[in-house]
Design a protein around this ligand. Structure first.
Ligand SMILES: [Zn+2]
Length: 252
């Protein structure tokens, strides 16, 4: 998964619609009834195309310089960016990351993952915050509130790494999870939490763990959540949320 920027040529049609073509990527084109729709479809088409090229290990050409592209009267150039990581499910992203780092086992060693990605982890007292992440040209730091209990700190580390893999991955980044953000409903933060939960309790590893329990009827849901919390080194609450989601995922 990666972030890409490619120029697209938009051609205005007589009926008011637009055709979109990416000259650097053979066969990648789309359209839209309005400029807004054409740009949104362009992003989807680019992401889908590049995602499949990554999956098939196909060579992706570097993007042309947009200013070097010639266009006629009814054409305009727009630079479209996309993150193929958005296209993949958290499940696929997490597996790819952990396998690549040789960390596909439980409990997932997030300290090692953070280290592999070049982060300094700093445990320190923080006011109204559980953690934060800072990425700039010369430093990569994850701060974690030392006053939180260990399993909470592990979740915070997973959350901050979630910002890195979902929001950052190569660009400057500053994000934190303070009480203000957490108390308001914040769709993005909750998306990062889902990623963090998958990172700590990957679907496939959890599935294998549950199969290995053999006779699940022997256990109550509460027992299973307790075993998950213990095995994956997460809080009972995090195990409960993940297990509920896991059951849903397993049915659908
Ligand atoms: Zn956050």
């Amino acid at each position: 998964m990666a972030i890409y920027k490619f120029p697209a040529t938009l051609t205005k049609e007589n009926d008011g619609g637009y055709l979109v073509n990416f000259c650097d990527i053979d066969g990648c084109f789309t359209d839209g009834n309005s400029l807004e729709q054409a740009l949104s479809n362009a992003k989807d088409a680019l992401c889908l195309f590049l995602y499949h090229m990554e999956q098939g290990n196909k060579k992706i050409n570097s993007p042309s310089n947009p200013t070097s592209l010639k266009c006629s009267k009814n054409e305009s150039i727009h630079v479209i960016s996309c993150n193929t990581g958005d296209y993949k499910s958290n499940r696929d992203c997490v597996k790819e990351i952990l396998v690549k780092n040789n960390l596909w086992s439980i409990p997932v060693d997030l300290n090692q993952l953070a280290k592999n990605e070049g982060f300094d982890i700093k445990l320190l007292p923080m006011i109204d915050e559980e953690g934060s992440i800072e990425v700039s040209k010369d430093k990569k730091i994850i701060k974690i509130n030392v006053d939180d209990y260990p399993k909470r700190r592990t979740f915070t580390l997973a959350h901050e790494l979630g910002h890195w893999f979902k929001d950052g991955y190569g660009k400057e980044l500053f994000a934190c999870r303070d009480d203000k953000i957490r108390n308001e409903y914040n769709a993005h933060e909750s998306e990062i939490n889902s990623f963090a939960s998958e990172l700590l309790m990957p679907y496939e590893l959890m599935s294998q763990f549950i199969i290995d329990l053999n006779d699940m009827d022997m256990y109550t849901e509460d027992n299973i959540e307790y075993l998950i919390a213990d095995k994956f080194n997460v809080s009972k609450e995090a195990a409960r949320i993940r297990f509920k989601k896991f059951v849903k995922e397993a049915i659908t």
